[in-house]
Design a protein around this ligand. Sequence first.
Ligand code: FAD
Length: 384
Amino acid sequence: MTDFDSFRTDTRAWLEANCPAEMRQPIRSEADMCWGGRNWTFASDAQRQWLAVMAERGWTVPDWPKDYGGGGLSADETRILKEEMGRIGARQPLYSFGISMLGPALLKFGTEEQKRHYLPQIARGEIRWCQGYSEPGAGSDLAGLQTKAEDKGDHWLVNGQKVWTSYADKADWIFCLVRTSTESKQGGISFLLFDMETPGVSTRPILLISGNSPFCETFFDDVKVPKAQVVGEVDKGWDVAKYLLGHEREMISGMGLGGGGSLGAELRLQVIPTDPMLRADIAAFDVDALAFQAMSERFSAMWKAGEAHPASPSMMKYAGTELNKRRKELIMARGGSDAIQSEREHGGHDAHDWLRSKGNSIEGGTSEIQLNIVAKHILRLPGA
Ligand SMILES: Cc1cc2nc3c(=O)[nH]c(=O)nc-3n(C[C@H](O)[C@H](O)[C@H](O)COP(=O)(O)OP(=O)(O)OC[C@H]3O[C@@H](n4cnc5c(N)ncnc54)[C@H](O)[C@@H]3O)c2cc1C
């Protein structure tokens, strides 16, 4: 027996003993996804217990170092853990922008003090984060941001506005891009962390096509932020921002994997579509999804080893989000012309998921911007 075999056996036994039956059911609604944070209300005791046991073992962030609340697992052990969780249909114990976006940036650019302070709290699901990047005049052209942070000696004074800030009204803290100098566009940006309860911070939800309102306009009016809450160097936050975007794009590209199973099998369990064109489209989709899964595993291993091509996150984000949109279109097509109405009547979430998927190719940078980045890197054009 190799070390990996015994790790798999132990992991399987531990998961069998510790993953509550309810946490092995598919996610049916937003309430089934645990986001943690100061104000989180657990949907059930099972959800609370699953987060607690996984966090205690460091398995909410299995590949982070143990000193920072992680599990200290190697890439292979992390993969085995994922496979074993998939085998029993175990839910992710924690959904968190802290884990998928801020954490990796802190590991690379944070001071030792910042790492020891923030990372264990992120791993335990104690802080819910939001991302303050986009502004009314700065989306694709993110470096055009205008939110200003003035140096007031012992603190920064922040004034300005962000937009499309997902879950800003529910978040405890924000990681936020601010302008600290106007000397150069990318060169004058800094990366700040601050509490959303700081006086001067306010949010206003924006209603979406899907009927939900998960994101907000976020306003800063004379917000005082302690000096120690800058990540990386002052005026060099663009490097932190870009690195974080690579991780965000990797996370979003994972949507292309869907639940991991075949769409044909999933739909056949419900109703076999009689339309031969639709059946052919579903089969073609499954072939592309398998190819994407293989590419995704390869990219993920190379990215973690620091060997991925610089355009890879953009390539994967583009491919994964376009694939997810196709998946949702096919699910709705299977429902026929009354799909939306019958969904509403039966309380399903397919129509909501279909509408929400339209945002996948916008959030984290639009598909057009990803294609521009890929083209610049491959053709070695200026600005890559
Ligand atoms: C679901 C969702 C969640 C989001 N969550 C957050 C969040 O939590 N925090 C946050 O900061 N932001 C968030 N965003 C905002 C997102 O990052 C921006 O919407 C995105 O970067 C695009 O910016 P924009 O909306 O200003 O569009 P614009 O930049 O105005 O683009 C409009 C159109 O022009 C195209 N375009 C623009 N420039 C070019 C170019 N150079 N070449 C070719 N085409 C171009 C774009 O592709 C797009 O089709 C979220 C967005 C969505 C949809």
